[in-house]
Design a protein around this ligand. Structure first.
Ligand code: PLP
Length: 284
């Protein structure tokens, strides 16, 4: 059964109701996290909760949830296994529509689960490479906050779909920032490059782990500005996110990247991730 969490209760999804005056519904006045659980265990859970803290603090929504307990119980009630957990915290229900808010509002907390595949367990052969377009980054300048105001992300992904590809990469002032729901990497002559962390991108949990593993396995990396020419002339392009892992991009704006196949550094990174996860599952 699909059990969700809403404001202190675990209940079937179709019984969970939120007010029409909830500020998350009216204004997108809310933040969220998406956290993968494999075999019932949160993957980089603490890093996700720290980022949730950051988002809540940045938009001044109260942070009072016992997140570990809520998420563990929710995952258990949904049978454990491989699940992606969505957790959203809105500023709450003010009982009216007004831009200004009162600090006394109680946040609305909602969480639900969706089954996911175990990217790392299934092996690199199961990963389907992507094609992408580059579009203008029309988002605000606080992309470090994981806000539910996702209209620009939704529209560019739809544009990508209309153009027959699977991902859209954002470019702002001639610098690539990230993808519609993922961070961006490229490889040139064996060196890994990714846009540096700033308020123009989300500090991806998977991005952080890619850099950690690169460091551990002596893959050189640099956090730098990346322009369109550098992107198209890269040997490899990848995107990363919690639910998709690290995925090769083999074509951008109709131009083939490298030899048009997932590259050797990506293959290595995939294996590092898979080994990291296997160790985690064994409790090491
Ligand atoms: N950038 C954006 C805009 C995202 O929405 C996401 C994930 O949803 C990411 C990057 C990747 O972040 P993470 O690796 O924490 O999933």
């Amino acid at each position: 059964m699909n059990i969700v969490y809403l404001n202190g209760e675990f209940l079937p999804a179709d019984e969970a109701k939120v007010s029409v005056f909830d500020r998350g519904f009216l204004f997108g006045d809310s933040v969220y996290e998406v956290i993968p659980f494999y075999q019932g265990v949160g993957f980089r859970l603490q890093a996700h909760l720290e980022r949730l803290n950051h988002s809540l603090r940045a938009v001044r929504i109260k942070n009072e949830g016992n997140w570990n307990e809520i998420l563990d119980t929710l995952v258990w009630k949904n049978g454990g296994g491989n699940l992606s957990v969505y957790l959203q915290v809105t500023r709450g229900n003010a009982g009216k529509r007004s831009h200004a808010y009162d600090d006394s509002l109680e946040p609305t907390v909602f969480a639900c689960c969706t089954p996911i595949k175990d990217v790392w367990g299934e092996g690199a052969e199961s990963v389907v490479p992507l094609k992408a377009i580059v579009t203008e980054d029309l988002r605000w300048h606080r992309c470090d906050i994981k806000s539910t105001c996702l209209l620009p992300n939704i529209l560019v992904l739809q544009q990508a779909k209309d153009e027959g590809v699977q991902e859209a990469l954002f470019s702002r002032n001639d610098k690539l920032t990230e993808g519609s729901a993922c961070n961006l990497f490229l490889v040139k002559r064996g060196v890994l490059y990714t846009p540096k962390r700033s308020s123009e991108i989300l500090g991806g949990i998977t991005r952080e782990l890619v850099l950690e593993l690169a460091d551990k396995h002596a893959i050189q990396f640099q956090e730098v500005d990346i322009d369109y020419e550098q992107l198209l002339s890269a040997d490899e392009v990848w995107v990363s996110s919690s639910t998709r892992g690290v995925v090769p991009v083999v074509e951008v704006d109709g131009q083939v990247i490298g030899d048009g196949h997932p590259g050797p550094i990506w293959q290595k990174m995939f294996e590092f991730f898979a080994a990291f996860q296997r160790k985690l599952m064994r409790g090491e």
